[in-house]
Ligand binder design. Sequence first.
Ligand code: SF4
Length: 292
Amino acid sequence: MDYVGNIIRPPSEAHSMIIQVTVGCSHNQCTFCGAYKGRDFCVKDIKTIKADIDEASSWGVPFTKAFLADGDALILPTTDLLDIIGYIRAKNPRITRIGVYANTKAIAKKTPDELKELRGAGLGIAYQGIESGNREVLRRVKKGAFPHKQKETAEKIMDAGILLSQTVLLGIGGVELSREHAIDTGKHLGDMSPDYASALTVMLLPNTGLYRDYQSGKFRLPDKFGLLEELRLMIEHMEVKRPCFFTSNHASNYLPIRAHFPEDREAVLKAMDRIIKRKDDNSLRPEYMRAL
Ligand code: SF4
């Protein structure tokens, strides 16, 4: 396979055929993200992409899903995406769902009709990194998208019939904006009510601007119980309008949660209250297990 650099995919795509269609991320400015630093963004040549599809299709693995990497593959022109998706499915009739990372800018560039056409071809799920619902936090981390645009694009994806999976980052507001970040992010997720929502914890990676801010003392990360209180506050304000599967079971988190909202929300809050009140370390993931 012509994989260039580290191939990053959502945990739920662990068993998917992974086809790299772009290298890096067209935005590549988020201060917390070290995934593609130092790597120029480019779209891979269609011949190379198809050769990878041929190779992966020859392995005899009964794939039912495929994932298009890297950081925001939805940025590709729709005709190219349709060509790639069509080729994957023609070679692998069992594949019924194609997934893709989709940043807000990439979704905004697509028309509703283009998204519906992609859905019809097999694009079944889009993963959108939201990080925060707080405008100031998003400005500081250079996310390149603010809450109103995130909501507009989230609706576009769901209106096209594509499943939407969103991620937010605990700790990204630092100690300074922890409370505002938690409340605004909870409200924002409730307002958008994606099919799936996941909370990850920000990791301080040495090749990022956020790490430099941390070293200089400009950014302070909440401690583990501070992060837990942030998560609790976020969930308290997350009033979904339709069913949402919420997880915080990513390896970066101290407290793994898997819950269906709205029905499990009160039980989750009560369980979290018990842990926070007792400062119950035993319920949290040990530090050595948080290595990614
Ligand atoms: S948009 Fe996503 S992949 Fe690109 S820099 Fe930001 S977090 Fe990283």
